[in-house]
Write a protein that binds this ligand. Structure first.
Ligand SMILES: [Mg+2]
Length: 395
């Protein structure tokens, strides 16, 4: 099999509500899609979402480089030449992990389709669903409680609250949440590098003593301060999850050496795609660290790739794949790819399998039994892709 075509489409999908974290406010998904076609008639999709603050990438540069490289060097290759392609991607798209992710995902997609197996089955097939989590940006106590209440009513079981701007206000918000909404749901916190080491240690103790029952706190201190992160990990009564400090296998080795976190947040856009994400989940397991699969503000193409990895591997104990929940438009057909229902995320079943049709019609169990569609399993809504194409970047 040969790749005959590779096209990059910049997309901009507005969010319904702006989202404020410690370093920025986000109003849209700003990414790009890669579509590869093969001489056997397969069409594979992948997504890149470069985020300067997280991956150090510039979106316009990533777009130009990915478009040129894919057209000149991906076309003509055999998608099953896995190791040769891995070296080519790592070498030619160095420093552009989101671009690597788009290529890696699209290759998994065409290989899976050719084999008739989903990425989930090829990667490990561990479980069929995970508790979904939804994130709440930095806002007032009352707004936070109201939003959390609305999400719990929608069926969410796990909520991630962003903190990191002001330790006193953060502690007050989190304690108010628990006092007003009880303990019958899991709470993650994410400081996005917002604290000093001393502030972080104090916040963890105040929350624990206040009875907040926090599952984990992500990246309390700046990514570059691994010794500081290790100190927080050593002294915190709440498990510490590294996010911005752990981008790729090399940074994970540094983290493991210093025992700088209890767990890690693996994001496909940070590490270079599903292949490396799976490697990092296994590395973490060997070091006794649990893993979370997280995301950027991505369309359901990227989210679906993350969910395949998360459901395939035993050491993924948490997911934070809410990046598309608040988007104003959906470029993937609603009954394909990553699905959300009753607080759970799972993969849509393959169309046309008798098992899939039967389960969809006779049972409302979540998730339905059966195998996901081969490859990535997204059916693209091409009209929605055109609607959300970012023509400014294309020029
Ligand atoms: Mg985070």
């Amino acid at each position: 099999m040969r790749i005959t075509q590779a096209e990059v489409i910049p997309i901009r999908i507005p969010k319904k509500n702006p989202f404020r974290v410690a370093y920025a406010t986000r109003t849209a998904c700003l990414g790009m899609l890669l579509q590869v076609k093969t001489d056997d008639g397969y069409s594979g999709w992948g997504e890149a979402v470069p985020v300067r603050e997280v991956t150090g990438e510039d979106r316009a540069i990533v777009f130009g480089r990915l478009r040129t490289w894919a057209a000149q060097h991906l076309v003509g290759r055999d998608p099953f030449a896995v190791e040769e392609l891995r070296r080519a991607i790592a070498g030619n798209l160095a420093g552009m992990p989101s671009a690597q992710c788009a290529v890696d995902t699209a290759l998994w997609d065409v290989r899976g389709q050719a084999l008739g197996l989903s990425m989930w089955e090829l990667l490990g097939r561990e479980r069929t669903w995970h508790w979904a989590s939804a994130s709440i940006g930095i806002k007032s106590v009352d707004e936070t409680v109201a939003e959390a209440q609305a999400l719990l009513r929608k069926g969410f079981h796990d909520l991630k609250v962003k903190i990191g701007l002001d330790p006193d206000q953060d502690v007050a918000r989190v304690l108010a949440l628990r006092q007003r909404l009880g303990l019958d749901w899991r709470l993650y916190l994410d400081a996005n590098q917002g604290y000093t080491v001393d502030q972080a240690i104090q916040v963890t103790h105040r929350l624990a003593e206040g009875g907040a029952q926090v599952e984990l706190i992500e990246q309390p201190v700046p990514a570059g301060d691994l010794e500081g992160l290790a100190r927080v990990t050593c002294e915190s009564p709440i498990p510490i999850c590294a996010d911005e400090a752990v981008k790729d296998p090399a940074s994970l080795i540094s983290l493991i050496r210093l025992r700088a976190a209890h767990m890690i947040n693996v994001k496909l856009m940070k590490c270079g795609g599903p292949t490396v994400a799976a490697l990092m989940v296994h590395m973490a397991e060997a070091a006794g660290m649990r893993a979370m699969i997280g995301c950027m503000i991505e369309s359901r193409v990227g989210i679906t790739a993350g969910l395949h990895v998360a459901l395939a591997l035993d050491n993924v104990k948490y997911i934070d794949l809410d990046g598309a929940f608040d988007l104003a438009d959906d470029i993937v057909s609603p009954d394909s790819g990553a699905q959300y229902r009753d607080g759970k995320q799972f993969l849509a079943l393959g169309q046309g399998t008798s098992q899939g049709r039967m389960n969809a019609s006779i049972s409302s169990s979540v998730p339905p039994a059966g195998a996901p569609a081969p490859g990535l399993g997204v059916r693209m809504d091409l009209a929605a892709v055109r609607r959300n194409t970012d023509h400014e970047l294309q020029l």
